[in-house]
Design a protein around this ligand. Structure first.
Ligand code: ZN
Length: 459
């Protein structure tokens, strides 16, 4: 079976160009002009042909505060596909007192038979005993070369500096990459308690109890500890100028720091948590959204290649029946927001508005995430020999983001009413059309687990 995608502008981190693409056996077989016809032709016309999006930060079917995400692997990955993402790396959670292997088995059960796109795991480590450290050392060989640790959430997943530095040292020796949620958990906890004592319990107090300096302090500390042991470190969801400054300072010293921001920090602000009728709860996630000035700083950082990835941190709980739980106390609002489907389109608005180039958009949404997490060159670029994960993206369609147009399983979009330009038309996963004209036409379960290469493997 040979499929030809003809006439599109091929998006690439190294510059766009016009060519046809031939697909055979699920791989990109040829790129060129006037290719021999295939069994099937997709005319790309005036569309851009993008490498399938790689979203390296999602939480599907994940437990939180005694609840479980609104999206499981079925609805979450169908939404991802419709939004132009063909690979996710989901956070596989260790449970307190249990092994990492038990967490992986649980995640395999959640994903298999349901995933509409390819997926890998990061290991979310919450209980670092000596035996867990031994398991951690073997994870890169199992195709899971990244582990996430939390410097926040006191009394829950929060770890101390000794544990962090041990994990960094371990990762360095075994080809792993430590990812950190960087916020000073002690300070956040103290501020939270102060608000609760004073009876200040609204969604906005979630944001006010986690000021930018709390994030910046932990970011600086994490980078310094990584530097001390000479290990690479990945800072997840950088939200503000203060944390960004620490990332840039680290890079200037030569510290091996890689940093991510997420769609929501480019578009949402702290005031969103103050929306009436408890609507602010829809925007309770951690770190909280900041200011317009922070957004401008993040866009400039993306334009100057100071941040490597833009992820969704998709972590969906319903406004009704889940976020509701915290009506009387913001600390009981499950954290997180949906965005797996909106990510690509929202980031593309940066191209429309001239904030980033098309090349940077491709790099941030697909190529760099794939390179950072051991998926490249199989994923993340349109190149001969790569998986034929492709998105036919119409850059001229104007539309409005509305809940009823989305495919996720949660009851709201954080970007409701946003007028945008550019829309995903067709999506191919390993050569097979899974989205056609914006509608999902695939079969849940055809997504496969992807073994990723150890960090630092030559690409
Ligand atoms: Zn997350």
């Amino acid at each position: 079976m040979r499929t030809i995608i003809s006439g599109g502008l091929i998006g690439s981190s190294g510059g766009a160009y016009r060519a046809d693409v031939a697909i055979e056996d699920g791989k990109i077989h040829q790129i060129g002009c006037d290719l021999a016809p295939g069994d099937h032709t997709i005319a790309a016309g005036e569309c851009i042909l993008l490498p399938g999006g790689v979203d390296v930060h999602t939480h599907l079917d994940a437990p939180s505060l005694g609840m479980v995400s609104a999206d499981d692997f079925r609805s979450g990955t169908i939404a991802a596909a419709c939004g132009g993402t063909t690979t996710i790396i989901d956070f596989c959670q260790q449970e307190h007192g249990k092994s990492l292997a038990a967490g992986i088995e649980k995640w395999d059960n959640k994903a298999s038979g349901k995933a509409a796109i390819d997926y890998g795991y990061h290991m979310m480590v919450v209980d670092l005993t000596d035996s867990v450290f031994e398991e951690l050392a073997r994870l890169p060989q199992q195709g899971i070369p990244s582990f996430k640790l939390f410097m926040a959430f006191k009394g829950g997943a929060m770890i101390d500096d000794l544990t962090l530095v041990r994990a960094l040292d371990q990762a360095k020796r075994s080809g792993g990459l430590v990812m950190v949620h960087a916020e000073n958990g002690d300070a956040a906890h103290l501020l939270q308690q102060r608000f609760l004592e004073r009876g200040l319990r609204q969604p906005i107090h979630h944001a006010l109890s986690r000021p930018a300096r709390i994030e910046a302090e932990a970011t600086a500390r994490a980078i310094a500890l990584a530097e001390v042991v000479g290990a690479p470190i990945y800072i997840v969801h950088v939200s503000c100028k203060e944390a960004l400054e620490e990332v840039v300072r680290g890079k200037m010293r030569g510290a091996p720091v890689i940093a991510e921001t997420c769609t929501q920090y480019l578009y949402l602000v702290q005031e969103d948590l103050d929306r009436p009728d408890f609507e602010g709860a829809k925007f309770v996630f951690t770190p909280p959204p900041r200011t317009i000035e922070d957004q401008a700083n993040l866009w400039r950082a993306l334009a100057n290649n100071l941040l490597e990835t833009v992820s969704s941190d998709h972590s969906s709980t319903n406004f009704r029946g889940q976020k509701d739980n915290g009506r009387e106390d913001f600390t009981l609002i499950p954290n997180g927001l949906p965005g797996i489907e909106e990510r690509l389109t929202m980031l593309y608005q940066g191209v429309v508005q001239g904030k980033i180039t098309l090349d940077q958009f491709v790099d941030l949404s697909a190529t760099r995430p794939a390179r950072t997490f051991g998926l490249y060159p199989r994923k993340g670029a349109i190149a001969v020999g790569a998986d034929a994960d492709l998105v036919v993206f119409d850059p001229d369609v104007k539309w409005t983001i509305k809940q009823e147009r989305l495919h996720h399983g949660v009851d709201y979009s954080a970007y409701e009413g946003q007028e945008v330009r550019g829309r995903v038309r067709d999506v191919l996963l390993r050569g097979k059309v899974i989205v056609e004209g914006g509608q999902y036409v695939g079969k849940p379960g055809e997504g496969e687990f992807v073994q990723r290469a150890a960090y630092g493997t030559p690409q």
